[in-house]
Design a protein around this ligand. Structure first.
Ligand code: PLP
Length: 358
């Protein structure tokens, strides 16, 4: 029987072949007689898994040699504190607040330095502030942006070229488009949206930013120490690294980031077009120039129809379309692993529901 389609914002859908391979290798990884969950992170077998994943990721995103890639724990929210502890130098820190996640990043950075909003589009968060209007300080240690606001469905399609180092929270759009490495100092991403399973956070850090952690920074979260230890300062999220490696291989075999970029454009354009063509029955309230290709929040004109919509969707094999509690309504997440037929099925269901309840 075919599995239903999963539109969850995170932890999110995984490629079915990756799940099948992980299942097949669960009891015995490559004749080692044990599961990846049971291996020493310092064993030769895990070293292979780790370095293959690292090499594949560097190749997929064309990461230049002067960036270190770290496999860490902590999650997106953990790194909201870990970043200022490592590269904030006590401030000033500028943050562009474009949704719930960047608001949290700013609040956390304030604990470790003079962090200020360079712009703030709240409380609605339905657009991106014009770069020319950002209030940037020339002595800022860095400028924080959230590349894709998972909750509000706002995506920064291009990163600005700034004087100060740019830090990008790419948790929900990493590997859906190329990264312009000339414009960033540090990129971090929790794995459970577009990379794999929870527990792993990817950190890409430009080498010249290392070496300035505040004394209060925990050693296990000190990017310099973790980089020196090749991400083995303490036990890394070993199984999550293994799953990410399987996803990287799956992605490479399907045409890499360029193919994912094109698919993201097709999937999101089709869904937004269906919503916009519904005559106001469904609505997405985000400025079209800032609409996310990964997370599409939308509403039915009559809020009372949201519950029957979700129940019918579940029966139709379309899971986890409920909007985030702070926004309400519905949300469809269209990550790399969500197949294109899933979007076609969702659009069919939108039409079907409107005909029945319109
Ligand atoms: C999910 C998410 C986070 C938080 O990730 P955790 O791993 O739950 O800490 C941070 N930023 C963005 C953009 C996210 O989508």
């Amino acid at each position: 029987m075919a599995r239903p389609y999963n539109f969850c914002a995170g932890p999110a859908t995984l490629p079915e072949p990756v799940l099948a391979q992980a299942a097949a290798e669960m009891l015995d990884w490559h004749g080692q007689g044990l599961s990846v969950m049971e291996m020493s992170h310092r064993s030769e077998a895990f070293g292979q898994i780790h370095h293959a994943a690292l090499a594949r990721l560097r190749e997929l995103l064309a990461v230049p040699a002067h960036f270190r890639i770290l496999f860490m724990q902590g999650g997106g929210l953990g790194h909201n504190a870990i970043v200022p502890l490592n590269i904030g130098r006590g401030g000033p820190i500028d943050a562009v607040v474009s949704g719930a996640w960047s608001a949290k990043s700013l609040a956390e950075a304030r604990r470790y330095g003079d962090a200020q909003p360079a712009a703030d589009t709240g409380p609605d968060y339905t657009r991106l502030p014009d770069v020319a209007s950002w209030r940037l300080r020339s002595d800022a240690a860095y400028v924080h942006v959230c590349g894709n606001e998972t909750i509000h469905g706002v995506e920064m399609a291009t990163l600005p070229a700034l004087e100060r180092p740019l830090v990008v929270d790419a948790s929900s759009h990493i590997l859906s488009r190329p990264v312009d490495w000339s414009r960033v100092g540090l990129v971090f991403a929790g794995a459970q949206k577009n990379v794999g399973i929870a527990g792993l956070t990817l950190v890409f850090v430009r080498e010249d930013l290392l070496g300035h952690a505040l004394p209060i920074c925990p050693s296990a979260f000190n990017y310099t120490l973790v980089a020196q230890a090749d991400s083995l300062f303490n036990t890394p999220p070993a199984y999550a690294i293994y799953v990410a490696g399987l996803v990287f291989d799956w992605l490479a075999a399907r045409g890499g980031v360029a193919a994912m970029d094109a698919a993201a454009a097709r999937k999101s354009q089709a869904l937004y077009a269906a919503i916009d063509a519904s005559g106001g029955y469904y609505a997405n309230r985000v400025d079209p120039a800032a609409r996310s290709r990964m997370n599409v929040p939308f509403f039915i004109h009559d809020e009372r129809l949201t519950a029957p919509f979700l129940a019918g969707a579940k029966d139709a094999g379309l899971l986890q379309l409920k909007g985030h509690a702070s926004v309400g309504g519905l949300r469809a997440s269209l990550y790399n692993a969500l197949p294109e037929p899933a979007v076609a099925a969702l659009i069919d269901y939108l039409h079907h529901f409107q005909r029945r309840h319109g």
